[in-house]
Design a protein around this ligand. Structure first.
Ligand code: NAI
Length: 329
């Protein structure tokens, strides 16, 4: 099969491209994200391999189809960047990688929480400047605190398990979790109850129309004083401007995120030489009480190996018509 990989980074060359080429596929790749300007790069290919920042809208799918592409291979769990209804209308197949390492993402959420609470990133910067004072570095014990998990799927459950290990009480909100699926030791409640009762809130739900700006000014107004919010799910689940306002009014104690609602135009690139044109991101990066990472929660060696292997399986499933469990269309 002839496959073009969009948004390819050096780690994709080392793992994904190597695996696909070893399996006999003809692979081309480019660092550019999929958008109308880069559509022609996949001309003549049977499949394109996309990532979270690629634009797979109806118009782009139409263009891909016209140039012969039949299969979209998303190398991620989330598919909120893909218009699945449009793909269905055009009879194009879409496969993703639903589970590669929920541990990778949950562990990163914990890393963000620990850094934010104990000001590790600020302490590191101070130490580099020979400032050894403790002023402003006060945190709190996680042991005995209440942690609210929004979305109790694969990653949410891993995160809850780790938090139980810290001696936290775990509350969860997941509208689709049936009682028989509830995790032991976790109390499932309404969003309102989880939000108002938690010292730490961690988002692990997918981005869907109903979760867009789920965390808005109204919800943030009901946050426990000085609570910490962690977001490793998707940027648009949070209204960033409302989070900034909540931090400034001290309704929220801190915000650590691996995702940002305008990330597609900035993340995964080195903009240190050229800058970026995003005043909201600039405000967020310079707000005390905010810790951001560039969508790296998935980025472990184990996860990359698993993504490459499942993507290869998805190609085989498309060719044979069997084992299409990862196909959404
Ligand atoms: P999953 O599908 O196993 O779990 C998602 C859970 O969210 C399900 O239990 C679902 O019922 C629940 N949910 C759906 N709507 C909800 C709502 N309105 N409120 C609360 N819960 C809701 O997915 P998984 O693997 O746990 O991933 C979760 C999300 O994490 C992905 O959709 C993706 O957006 C994000 N992610 C981020 C990564 C990163 O590198 N930062 C990497 C991988 C995933």
């Amino acid at each position: 099969m002839r496959i073009h990989i969009y948004s390819a980074r050096p780690h994709d060359q080392q793992t994904l491209v190597t695996r696909l080429v070893q399996a006999g596929h003809r692979v081309s790749s480019d660092a550019s994200r999929l958008e109308s300007a880069t559509l022609a790069e996949s001309k003549g290919c049977d499949a394109v391999c996309t990532f979270v920042c690629d634009e797979v809208s109806r118009a782009i799918l139409q263009g891909l189809r016209e140039q012969g592409v039949k299969l979209i291979l998303q190398r991620a769990a989330g598919t909120d960047n893909i218009d699945l209804a449009a793909a269905r209308d055009m009879d194009m197949a879409v496969a993703h990688v639903p589970e590669y390492s929920p541990h990778a993402v949950a562990e990163h959420a914990v890393a963000l929480l620990l850094s934010l609470n104990r000001h590790i990133h600020q302490a590191y910067q101070r130490m580099q400047q020979a400032n050894f004072s403790l002023d402003g570095l006060l945190g709190f014990d996680l042991h005995g605190k209440t942690v609210g998990v929004i979305g109790m799927g694969r990653i949410g459950q891993c995160f809850a398990t780790i938090m139980q290990g810290f001696g936290c009480h775990v509350l969860a909100y997941d509208p689709a979790a049936a009682p028989e699926q509830h995790m032991a030791g976790v109390r499932y409640e309404t969003l309102e109850t989880v939000w108002t009762a938690s010292d730490v809130l961690s988002l692990h739900c997918p981005l869907r129309p109903e979760t867009h700006h789920l965390v808005n000014a109204e919800l943030l107004a009901r946050t426990r004083p000085r609570a910490l919010l962690i977001n490793t799910s998707r940027g648009p689940v949070v209204d960033t401007a409302a989070v900034l306002a909540a931090l400034r009014s001290e309704a929220l104690g801190g915000y650590a995120a691996d995702v940002y609602e305008g990330e597609a135009c900035v993340f995964f690139r080195n903009c240190s030489g050229c800058g970026y044109d995003d005043p909201l991101l600039n405000d967020l990066l310079h707000e005390p009480g905010v810790l951001l990472t560039p969508h790296q929660a998935f980025f472990t060696a184990e996860a990359l190996t698993s993504i490459a292997s499942t993507t290869l399986d998805n190609i085989t499933a498309f060719s044979t018509g069997q084992h299409r469990a990862n196909f959404l269309v």
